[in-house]
Design a protein around this ligand. Sequence first.
Ligand code: GUN
Ligand code: FE
Length: 470
Amino acid sequence: MGGLIILGTFVDTPTRDAIRIRESYLCVVSLDTGKIVTLECLPSTDWNVFSDDDVFKLAGKEFEGYKVLRLRKSQFVCPGFVDCHCHAPQYKQIGTATDYTIFNWLNEVTFPNEAKCADLDYARSLYMKLVQRLLRNGTTCVQYFATNHVPASKLLADICENMGQRAFVGKVCADQNSRDYYVETTQESYEGTEEFINYVHGMKSGRDAKGKDALVNPVVTPRFVPTCSDALLTKLGELAKKHDVRVQSHASETVDQVLRVRKLHPDIGGGRDTAIFKHFGLLTDKTLFAHGTHLRDAEVDEIVRAGASVSSCPIANLMHSQAVLPVKRFHDRGLKIGLGTDIAGGYFASMLGPIRNAVIQNRTEEFVAVDREGEGWPTAGVKWPVDFKYAFHVATVGGAEALGIQDLVGTLDIGKSFDALIVDADRPDQAFDYWAEDGARFGFEKWVNMGDDRNVVSTFVNGRLVASRP
Ligand code: GUN
Ligand code: FE
């Protein structure tokens, strides 16, 4: 099937506190497997001196005929973003209703929009727009909440497969405390979930007999504790175990929600989300909770012990939660953390939004926390705990770890899938200025802080070109 040989600069963040910049490297990507086969330093800092023949000699005869791509000096390859929490049907309302509080927003705006996905033509056009937008923005892997509807959830899985986006998709489950036009019976909910799991496992990009990794994966998805009866949570716990699949839900997100859950389940673990999910078999090493902004330290420890993870959604949390997730502090307790857009609780369809806001919220949160311990404030002059490279790490490696695909994506390494972007820090009409002497180091930092999709020249998932601009 051939492949691709890229000559140029490669930037990623294998650790939280350093950018790895590999300048003048040669990367071979096999289209057969979608993986990086070779990534090695070139014998000259000017990669344009190498003819195609030189390139094939350097790469190896077996790669002769692969397409050779020489990057410009202002361009670099970096890993694609992993969005751990996104509601596909809410893309219709993104950037609006940002003045509502959470339950009002669910009942008045969100449930009516999600209900519209009973119409498959409506859902198809919306989901195609969303997946295309996310790919253009450089998001190569997404964990989605679809809707209560089985057909529209299957459709979202199909669209991700066809458009080439790596995805974890959940049919949303809700059998109570919803609107009468958007609620399931308990039986519809769990039977629909099992039908959806079987459908996704049978898709053509599914995990095959040779152990090839699936592009699209099913996720058991109780919306959140208030919308799920005890009977439904019990059944969903059983399904997650039976099919050995991932689980996602909302946990400890907002003050209103925490108080409501406490009232609903006073007798399970003090009415706390983590204890309730654990009680129903839904806290596993494949569970990812969205938000977790109001988690207590003991609950974080419980999640860590289970091998589960949390998606921080900085924009949504700043908008709705009256708290932020202390990323650094929870990391230090051993928690696996990814980042999420939480479309449309978060109003930004690019992961650059959560990345920037994770940095911004940290600039106050760490200092407040230290002062609360009675230690006073640390003096200035230290480096900020969460910076752009730390947040980029969480948006790539962190998300991969949170979804259990850290061996597959997150960094640019031999053996990993080529889920990657070609970014150009010097495009016409871009949002910032770039000087040649900025190089890859400042080009990367400027793009993360000030750039947008106009800088994302190409998006690849598993070696396949899935979005590009001329
Ligand atoms: N809690 C229950 N449903 C939702 C949702 O759709 N978005 C957010 N942010 N929180 C929720
Ligand atoms: Fe959400």
